[in-house]
Design a protein around this ligand. Structure first.
Ligand code: ACO
Length: 423
């Protein structure tokens, strides 16, 4: 069978055969054969904006792989730092490569004192930590001016290390400012996640040793959130990067996209929803109200996954481990009951609505004593490695600036009217 589609232009009666390449239509071929005819696709529902070799996602089959490695295996055997290396470099590191990588990240965790004193401490007392993070990322661009030289691979690598390393420090700094606690400097003797927990929760003790179960659980969540192919924030990163902006401002733009409640804020919405439901008995009436169109079941459904989100399964297991240490989050019973009722209800089954990664992650964060406004920040810490992997891939593969077409629907041409003559 020919790998083409035939398109007939009924205005002219002309037919052209358009080749199908890798299962889709190559716009370059389309432009050649159908000049002037374009697609209207505002949310990119039918448009692949790039080819990518980083993350493979099959939403129908519930498959998620980084550089070919199944997410389940990475969550079980790997660490976030190793996964970050994999996303950026395309291969798992050897022992020597890992040791260099780990050392570099560990020794770049400090932030310039002026980032803290002039920027972070300059925010209003009740600033949202995600707003602080977005701004601080952009501010880093002014501290590392060589970052503008994006064509130099050594300079690029240096900024990648700095960004991955400094995210937890900026995140913890934003949190501590908000609760009026003094800034905690990074402890280079701790691993990535334990160091973050130390910067978050250390009080007066000389050294903060996080509970290893909690540290491991957070590391697992970091692995699960590190990349998710062409999601909204990654697309923002690629678009901004295509203008050859430096990686700090590009990451700030990506983080701004993640700040949106449709993207990085769903786990907060889940916690709010569960709190409002309040008790086991209210679950079924709540489900009925969702079916009547009064709101959505937060943490359910996904644009891409039309079967169980593979990350949700891992998060659920992680939740069990965390609750053994912290005690059970009282909202868990409501969540489990909601899941059970929804998965047996034709409304949700027929629409292929399953729990997504955010259904249980908020419960874990809450049990670990993170406030809800830190949830998007916790998402951003690992996602920066995915953004940077895509940024590097984009620079290597494309020389064109991202610039979509538009369908103009505004006024026809008209003459300027002086203000005193306007109706
Ligand atoms: N609860 C109830 N009904 C839902 C839900 C839900 N959570 N999600 C979708 N539906 C219904 C819609 O009402 C619609 O029904 P209809 O065909 O009768 O009109 C049908 O399922 C399809 O819904 P769409 O909105 O077209 O699906 P889309 O793929 O555009 O939306 C989204 C995906 C935004 C994630 C949606 O499922 C949702 O709002 N979920 C809740 C919020 C959430 O958990 N977001 C986190 C996503 S994961 C992440 O970003 C990290």
């Amino acid at each position: 069978m020919a790998e083409t589609i035939t398109v007939t232009d009924n205005r002219t009666g002309e037919s052209v055969e358009i080749p199908i390449v890798d299962g889709g239509v190559d716009a370059a071929e389309w432009r050649k054969l159908m000049p002037g005819t374009w697609f209207y696709d505002p949310a990119f529902m039918t448009t692949a904006a790039t080819s990518s070799g980083i993350t493979e996602l099959d939403g129908e089959a519930g498959i998620l792989r980084y550089q070919g490695y199944p997410i389940e295996q990475l969550a079980e055997h790997s660490s976030y730092l190793e996964v970050a290396y994999l996303l950026i470099h395309g291969e798992l590191p050897t022992e020597d490569q890992y040791s260099v990588w780990n050392h570099e990240i560990t020794y770049h965790t400090f932030i310039h004192e002026n980032v803290r004193k002039r920027f972070m401490e300059g925010f209003h007392y009740d600033a949202h930590p995600m707003g602080m993070l977005v701004s601080a990322l952009a501010a880093l661009s002014t501290f590392y001016r060589e970052a503008k030289d994006i064509q130099d691979p050594e300079i690029r690598d240096k900024q990648i290390v700095r960004l991955i390393a400094k995210m937890p420090t900026l995140a913890a700094c934003a949190y501590r400012f908000g609760v009026g606690m003094p800034f905690v400097y990074p402890d280079n003797s701790l691993d990535f996640t334990s160091n973050f927990l130390s910067m978050m929760f250390k009080v007066a003790e000389p050294r903060f040793d996080a509970n290893p179960v909690l540290s491991k659980a957070l590391d697992t969540l970091f692995i699960l959130h590190a990349d998710h192919e062409q999601n909204c924030s990654t697309t923002a990163m690629r678009v901004i990067g295509s203008a050859h902006a430096d990686p700090y401002v590009a990451s700030a733009g990506a983080a701004a996209a993640l700040y949106g409640p449709r993207h990085g804020g769903a786990n907060e919405a889940v916690v709010k929803m569960l709190t409002e439901i309040g008790s086991y008995e209210n679950v079924e009436p709540f489900i009925e109200s969702v079916k009547e169109g009064k709101g959505r079941l937060q943490g359910f459904g996904h644009r891409v996954y039309k079967s169980y989100d593979p990350r949700a399964r891992i998060v659920k297991q992680t939740a069990d481990q965390v609750f053994e240490v912290t005690g059970k989050n009282p909202l868990l019973d409501i969540a489990l009951k909601l899941e059970e009722v929804a998965l047996n209800d034709d409304y949700f089954v027929s629409r292929k609505l399953y729990p997504n990664v955010d259904f249980y992650s908020g419960l874990i964060y809450q049990a670990m004593k993170f406030p809800v406004d830190m949830f998007p920040v916790l998402f951003a810490i690992p996602r920066v490695s995915g953004w940077l992997a895509h940024w590097g891939e984009m620079l290597a593969q494309s020389s064109k600036i991202a610039r979509p077409r538009q369908l103009y629907v505004g006024a026809e041409v008209r003459d300027y009217v002086p203000m005193d003559a306007r109706a």
